[in-house]
Ligand binder design. Sequence first.
Ligand SMILES: *Cc1c(COP(=O)(O)O)cnc(C)c1O
Length: 495
Amino acid sequence: MLTYSSTRGGGDKINAAKAIIKGIADDKGLFVPSEIPALPVSIEELAGKTYQEIAEIVIGAFFDDFTEEEIKHCVYSAYDSKFAAEEIAPIAKVGSEDPAYILELYHGKTSAFKDMALSILPYLLTTSMKKENETAQIAILTATSGDTGKAALEGFADVPNTQIIVFFPEEGVSEVQRRQMITQEGANTHVFAIKGNFDDAQTGVKNIFADNEFAQDLQEKGYKLSSANSINIGRLVPQVAYYVYSYAKLVEVGEIKAGEKVNITVPTGNFGNILAAYYASQMGIPVNKFICASNKNKVLTDFINTGKYNSEREFHITNSPSMDILISSNLERLLYHFAESKGDEVKAYMKSLDREKNYEVSDAIKAKMECFYGGYADENKTLLAIGDVYDNNGYLMDTHTAVAYSVYRDYVQETGDKTKTIIASTASPYKFAAAVSHGIGLDIEITDFHYIESLYDETGMTIPEGLKDLDKKKVLHEDVIEVGRMKDYVWNSLK
Ligand SMILES: *Cc1c(COP(=O)(O)O)cnc(C)c1O
């Protein structure tokens, strides 16, 4: 059986169920599997399987303390008619010569790729609680750059024995994202805007997790904390499934041959989505390059190009707000794997990041980073990519996907590499309607909600159910709080 332990070397080796319940390790490290399991079936056998069948195989391989029935229950409860696309994650081929395969991960309830993992996490968590005879209620703490919050609220609303608490940056989410969160229904939902950015929210949440005295006090009230961010292994692993699925699908439809290498381009913020692609490759999916696309907050581009991570820099609010991040938590997991599981080494990097706001990795890790390409697109390039692809191919992308597309184009131009490329498309264009409208040259309107209508008039693309009439829904969560008071609000939310 696989075991899960901290990237920073501390604490025990535990099973997957325990790691999912805990969310983050006691030494603030992230849980990593003792090894990345190989795909138990060949690619030829995977081709033709449904999304759910592939998710069962992938998630079952990682969470091998779950029975087959338990995994089936989680997978089929999550990936059902909640998704607007029957295939769950359809692939659009864009361009005829030198095409890109756009893997649409945004057909879940909240119109962003976070639904891919957050529609299953509540089932994985409640199953884990049952398996471990956990009697406390689980309070899920979530920091969000906009999309995780809503997807977690939607996933956990009214799930028995859970409370869901979300912190989002007051300035730095789109109007649609904000509305989605502050109108959330459900007796166990708690939503707070903070006077700070996403990194403040994420650091605040990590500090609460590391506060043992607070955990003790909560325990007395009958609560345990867990996380719905991609620091939770229960969120990361389901994301591996769609990379395996997309590769198998491209083999099935004859776009690639089994065994042929592909490139995978991912618009990256917290490094979870692209790390899932790396895990898929370690399971056996043949990958040539991981193309890591950033917006103007290009801390990862610089890291990939120099081996130096430096978070001390200006923070920009951009038109791809879900990637406005300077501390990419999941990079820690990649470093752990590249450091050959030396927790001490990772711990030293993270300590340096905490204290000096930077670190530089060893030459051995730098050499292993070669399979990653880092690039970035500023706001203007993002809009140009949206307009270009719409005009030339009639295909509409959101701003995050456009960052990825733009960096992918730069990569091809720079390297001449013709390897077929899967691009992760992370949100519906309607979720970032204002910027997308500018990208395709629509007139300036007043609010995001007007833009949704005019985008529809222009493109005829179906408006996702959850985004319709959002401006008319009742606001249920109005608090705007200081970063320093996050802990108090957690305490008061848990009765
Ligand atoms: C969260 C998010 C990202 C970044 O994903 P990470 O896993 O944090 O790298 C990109 N695009 C959208 C739309 C998102 O919601």
